[in-house]
Design a protein. Structure first.
Length: 340
């Protein structure tokens, strides 16, 4: 059976107008709850602040849910959203997501991104019942989080290159075959992302609304296709691979991993880096949060990493990233001058 998932219902209004009577389980983070909690009146049964998206941890949270809970709320970013969708799916409960920043497109997908065996994989949970957007909450989020979901759109640039590369090498499956009409639509979404990036970085409501619309269109496109190939390629694989290094010593938001990944993937595909880098930075995404040593180690191991985890075919499958090649990539992307 093929299922084409819809978007969740999206409500745009002040959080203070939320009326919830169902006994609630809340997934959140301390900063997110400080920002949004004072405006929400939820009949809480249990509250948790998951520190990680580890699948076994999500399973434990789902198994320990009190039986009187009738709805699961996520208040915060992608981690809270994924945890809520997974717990709601396991327990057959509706999920309501309250983003405190437009930091990921996962609020609108039918998937929960979980970490298992050193990589990211997706569990199909179905979409949330509703996503509630309060522009004052979003607008007042930290600039380095507020609109960093634009990375999900800018990754289309390199995602399309990898999807087409796989097609040219006859490596796409029947289900993920390259479809020019879909590539054209995705490219148009990326083009609009370039246009709104500066306004997103400045916190303009109009630009943030454009970002919301574009993320929803991108998600619905991948829902129609049944896969994420138009916007997920080697840039995301880099983020998956380096994430464990950041978790071991310093926490970095996912956009700060994907941003450098987009530059690296663009360099590997021989693209002009300058306009992509300028756009990423203008949107508020930080490119200086990764240690140079971690970037180097990750890049050298990346071709083996994608094969080990059987990730969709990309340019990484055919590369030998020697020390000289890695140093060239870092110089082209100007990531060699970063490092914490």
């Amino acid at each position: 059976m093929t299922t084409i998932w819809p978007l969740p219902r999206i409500e745009i209004h002040e959080l203070s107008s939320v009326t919830e009577t169902r006994p609630t389980a809340l997934l959140t983070g301390s900063s997110a709850w400080t920002a949004a909690g004072p405006f929400l009146n939820l009949p809480l049964v249990i509250q948790a602040e998951p520190p990680q998206a580890d699948l076994d941890f999500f399973k434990m949270l789902a198994a320990d849910l009190p039986p009187q809970v009738e709805v699961v709320y996520a208040v915060g970013g992608g981690l809270a959203s994924d945890a809520a969708k997974y717990i709601g799916w396991v327990n057959k409960l509706p999920v309501v997501i309250v983003p405190t920043a437009l930091s990921v497109d996962g609020y609108f997908t039918a998937l929960a991104a979980v970490r298992e065996d050193g990589t990211v994989r997706y569990v199909t949970t179905g979409p949330a019942e509703a996503v509630i957007i309060d522009w004052e909450i979003i607008r007042n989020a930290p600039p380095f989080l507020r609109g960093t979901g634009i990375c999900e759109l800018l990754s289309i640039v390199t995602g399309l290159l990898d999807w087409k590369y796989a097609a040219e090498h006859n490596k796409n499956t029947t289900e993920t075959r390259f479809q020019p009409w879909a590539a054209g639509l995705a490219a148009g979404i990326a083009q609009q992302a370039f246009k709104i990036a500066q306004g997103v970085g400045q916190g303009r409501i109009e630009s943030l609304r454009n970002l919301l619309d574009l993320m929803c269109v991108e998600v619905q496109l991948t829902n129609q296709l049944g896969h994420n190939r138009p916007q997920e390629g080697s840039e995301q694989y880099f983020a998956y691979a380096i994430e464990s290094k950041t978790n071991s010593g310093y926490g970095v938001p996912f956009a700060d991993l994907v941003g450098p990944g987009i530059l690296i993937a663009a360099s590997l595909h021989g693209q002009d880096i300058a306009p992509i880098r300028d756009t990423i930075e203008s949107a508020g995404i930080r490119l200086d949060q990764l240690r140079s040593a971690d970037i180097i180690d990750t890049l050298k191991a990346l071709p083996d990493y994608v094969k080990k985890h059987n990730l969709d075919y990309s340019i990484l499958n055919d590369l030998n990233l020697t020390s000289d090649k890695v140093n060239t990539v870092l110089a082209q992307t100007r990531l060699d001058s970063t490092g914490r």
